[in-house]
Each structure stands twice: as structure tokens, then as C-alpha cells.
Design a protein around this ligand. Structure first.
Ligand code: UDP
Length: 372
């Protein structure tokens, strides 16, 4: 019997590749008309810009094995991600670094001075649990209000008092002028976009791919095992209710005559009064393609609660835990021939490298069990 892999996103493709290489026959079911999940990229017909169709994906990792794994499937170009924020008509450096602190407080502090200054601003909260506590303990009220509060309410649709501290822990705070968004040693973008990487992962005689084909959970018994990367609650036909997700509306603007709209790939808009969270200008994700493009493509990103027919993007995990999630997890535990994987299958906010790492692990564990 074959193995069913539901979803041709990052988890599904990594697992299919690993199992196929080990001699297992894999059938991949993908409901969309393309592989790559939300990492899918394509060239815009009018401008030639490589567009991250489901929003920006920047590859970064500190895991050598993940870096080596992904490099098998295409050439990566070094890409240090940088982000700016427009707050009340002024442009600031992000993530919060010495430049941001000096800009915001109109000072010219050196690192030790700024550290001392921020320590005085920061609230003394010994073990921050919520996003708000973490932010106040991290940078104090003024920077929290300017850079995090409005953005976070727009992005998550709930008060930062209800969100877990882990969301803010994604962002660094630096007392130097390093303005790279990520700390990881490997930060890069695939030269031709992400889609060819997925096509290569799936290019194996043991892998059969069915696009525009949904998988019916009732068919699980026809397979040795199912790796399911769709929404966890979807597998159970939402029987206990729907898990909360945020979806994104991208207001796409194609500007054929504009060379450079904002001078950087991502501009954040933390002000509560601005309806979107950020504008991404996709050509800046691939500077090596500038000469092949004319004009530019922008995405204005609007976040809202995910409805049944929307694409689920961010799982909303609240600081107080989630009884509904636990109900589904308990059901999932009982299914011995189904493994739930990835962002939707495990209801986790996962970066690409963590998704790959988890998928490699899941595949290795399955193969180890299959040998016994
Ligand atoms: N965040 C914020 N202001 C910003 C950027 C991020 O408040 O200018 C918060 C927000 O809650 C966001 C989280 O930090 O969801 C993580 O940001 P990141 O840039 O990692 O989000 P992603 O790119 O994954 O959407």
C-alpha cells in the first residue's frame, strides 16, 4: 500500500521526498492547482516581478542540517531581511535597535547608555506571560505603544493581554546598529523563487502528485499511513467547532511605471489608524532579478478573522490556552495511521526552517518504525 500525503506545502513535500528516497511509494493530494503551499511564488506577467503569492516568506535558519537539506533543491542567494516602520509620519528602523531608540527619543546614546535608558523604561515583570507583559518588560510603555500595540491588535484581532509572550519573543532587541530582522546565521532566498524547490522535492519516481484533488479522511484506510498537513479541525469535519485563525487579504497593486515604490521589501505600519499592517514590495526580495523586471508589485496586508471559505494563515493561540485545540489534539492522538503535520495540522505558528525540521523528524520517525 502507498502512503498518502495530504498537502503539497513545505511539510508535505519534505516528507514525500524523504519517504520516496527511502523506497516508499507516496501519493500527494493537493487541493490547489499548484505545489508549494503558501510559499508558492510566480512571476507577475506584467512586470516580471517574482511575487510571493501568499505573502512574504523569508528563509532563515540556525539549523545546519535544515540549511543543507534545502540547498539540495536550488541555489540560494544571500538575503539579509530588513524592515522599516512608519509611525506617525516618521520612518524608523526595525527591529528595535540603537538607531530606533535614538530616533524615537531624539538622542545620540551609545550602547551602554541606551541599555541603561531602556532598563529604566522597562517594567519589572519577573515572568512575563502575555504579549503585553513581555513588551513592557522588554522595552517599556512608549516603545510598546508606538511599535507593538497597534500592529498586534490589527494582526491578531485581540488584545495583546490575551496573546502569549512567545509571539513577541520572535523579535530581537539590539543595542547596536545591526538592523537585520533575523539573528540567524543563514538568511537567504531561492534564486528562482520557492516553487522550483518544491517541484524538485517531488520529482521522484516513487511520488505521484494529484493537484486540485482533496483527500477524504474516510479513505485513510486505503493507505499504509496518512501524513496530513491540512487544518486539524478540518480532518474531523469541525465537529467541536472551528479553531481560530487569522486570514490575510492582500490588496495587490501592480505599478508598471514605478521603479521603486518604498525602497525596501517591507514597511510596517504599526499605527492603529492605518488599516493594514504592512506593505511588501516584492521585487526587493530578489534584487538579482532587478534587470529582468519593469515596474513593481505591492501587497498591502490586511488581517482579519478567518471565515470558513478563507485561507487560514496564522493560528491564534491565546495565552490562557485553548480547550478546543486540546479536544482536537486528543482525537488526533487516537488515530494511529494518521500523522498531523505542519502549521495547519499542528496549529502552530511555524517559520519555514522549523517546519522543515519537524517534517524531517516526522519522516525519520516513521521510517524507523516501519523497519521494526
Ligand atoms: N510586531 C509588532 N510590530 C511590528 C512587527 C511585529 O507588533 O512592527 C509583532 C506582531 O504581534 C507580530 C509579531 O510581532 O505578529 C511577530 O512579528 P513577525 O515580523 O515575526 O511576523 P510575521 O512576519 O511572521 O507575520
Amino acid at each position: 500500500m502507498a502512503i498518502a500525503i495530504v498537502g503539497a506545502g513545505l511539510s508535505g513535500c519534505v516528507i514525500a521526498h524523504q519517504l520516496a528516497k527511502a523506497g516508499k511509494r507516496c501519493i500527494v493530494f493537493e487541493s490547489r492547482s499548484h505545489v508549494g503551499g503558501n510559499c508558492y511564488t510566480e512571476r507577475d506577467g506584467k512586470t516580471g516581478v517574482l511575487v510571493h503569492v501568499y505573502g512574504p516568506h523569508i528563509f532563515h535558519t540556525d539549523k545546519a542540517h535544515v540549511w543543507h537539506f534545502i540547498n539540495q533543491f536550488g541555489t540560494f542567494k544571500p538575503y539579509a531581511h530588513r524592515v522599516k516602520a512608519t509611525v506617525k509620519g516618521q520612518v524608523y528602523s526595525l527591529p528595535i535597535n540603537l538607531h530606533t531608540i535614538n530616533q524615537f527619543f531624539q538622542q545620540a546614546m551609545r550602547p551602554a547608555e541606551a541599555k541603561h535608558f531602556i532598563q529604566q523604561q522597562a517594567h519589572d515583570i519577573p515572568n512575563p506571560q502575555t504579549f503585553e507583559e513581555q513588551a513592557l518588560a522588554f522595552v517599556g510603555e512608549a516603545l510598546y505603544e508606538a511599535f507593538f500595540k497597534g500592529y498586534t491588535i490589527k494582526q491578531w484581532g485581540v488584545s495583546p493581554q490575551e496573546l502569549p509572550a512567545s509571539i513577541l519573543k520572535r523579535l530581537p532587541l539590539r543595542f547596536n546598529y545591526d538592523d537585520r530582522y533575523f539573528n540567524h546565521p543563514w538568511q537567504a532566498m531561492p534564486e528562482e523563487g520557492y516553487t522550483p524547490l518544491f517541484e524538485r522535492m517531488l520529482d521522484h519516481p516513487n511520488i505521484e502528485v494529484h493537484l486540485q484533488t482533496s483527500f477524504n479522511p474516510e479513505d485513510a484506510a486505503h493507505f499504509d499511513h496518512v501524513f496530513y498537513s491540512g487544518p486539524l479541525d478540518g480532518w474531523f469535519d469541525y465537529r467541536f467547532g472551528r479553531l481560530p485563525y487569522r486570514t490575510l487579504d492582500f490588496h495587490k497593486k501592480v505599478l508598471p511605471d514605478e521603479e521603486d515604490y518604498q525602497g525596501i521589501a517591507v514597511m510596517n505600519y504599526p499605527d492603529a489608524a492605518v488599516p493594514y499592517t504592512r506593505i511588501t514590495e516584492h521585487k526587493h526580495f530578489a534584487p538579482w532579478l532587478y534587470e529582468q523586471t519593469r515596474g513593481t508589485v505591492l501587497y498591502e496586508e490586511h488581517s482579519r478573522a478567518c471565515q470558513p471559505n478563507d485561507i487560514p494563515y496564522y493560528p491564534v493561540r491565546l495565552a490562557k490556552g485553548q480547550a478546543l485545540l486540546q479536544q482536537y489534539q486528543a482525537e488526533a492522538e487516537r488515530l494511529k495511521n494518521v500523522t498531523f503535520v505542519g502549521r495547519l495540522g499542528t496549529f502552530q505558528y511555524l517559520d519555514m526552517d522549523v517546519t522543515i525540521d519537524q517534517a524531517l523528524d516526522v519522516a525519520a520517525q516513521y521510517l524507523a518504525r516501519a523497519q521494526i
